[in-house]
Design a binder for this molecule. Sequence first.
Ligand code: MF3
Ligand code: CO
Ligand code: CO
Length: 271
Amino acid sequence: MTVTFKDAAGIEGMRLAGRLAAEVLDHLTPYVRPGITTNELDQLAHDYIVNVQQAIPAPLHYDPSGHNPYPKSICTSVNAVICHGIPNDKPLKKGDTLNIDITVIKNGWHGDTSRMFHVGEVSVAAKRLSAITYEAMWKGIEIVRPGVRLGDIGHVIQRHAEAAGYSVVREFCGHGIGQKFHEDPQILHYGKPGTGMEIKAGMVFTIEPMINQGKRDIREMGDGWTIVTKDRSLSAQWEHTVLCTETGYEIMTLSAGSPPPPAFVAPALPA
Ligand code: MF3
Ligand code: CO
Ligand code: CO
């Protein structure tokens, strides 16, 4: 297990990469409408990252297993897709919900963030799932400070999701991040208070709960990437990249278009 600790230069690098990743989501937001395809969103994101931001889309050709490179620049996970949905030529339609997950590399540093999007008007049930998942991510973020354990983070996320009648995906988790896309430690979105590694100032990691409306079980599709709910119920996900500071946390992946924190979150202490 190798956890990296970021010094002042690393934190600056992560702040820039994180903001750029969030700004890709801002750029895509007005395009997410009925009729657009996820391939068109992928192309818009790719061009913006490469030409405007002069950065690199980390997913493109990403190949952690060594035999199935990811073919696109972003992940678009629609309705029952939990994560790693590959953009395609199917137009989005009114009532769809999707997660768009962006990871950029800038000056060697990674920023990783995702948001839920609603295509036109969506069902009350879909809106509730997105909202509870957003709150669950923030339940994890708001307790980040030195000495908190990873099991504490998992626990508050799991408790919030399950109290709402939902389930937490177990097979995918948050992760340390820095000059590598996926670093130690793994950040599970379920767990027991007082267990797991203690977090320390200088650690940067993602919190990215995947919450299902139905059962937690997953299925991998034949493309080797796309993960769906086994019962085909809706799934939602939100993701931020977070720094543990001496006094609390700093979110690396904020931009002008980031939704505000839920009302239960106290303002972060200055670092
Ligand atoms: N962005 C995802 C995460 O949050 C990872 C996507 S890997 C890809 O960790 F290859 F599918 F892009
Ligand atoms: Co991530
Ligand atoms: Co991501």
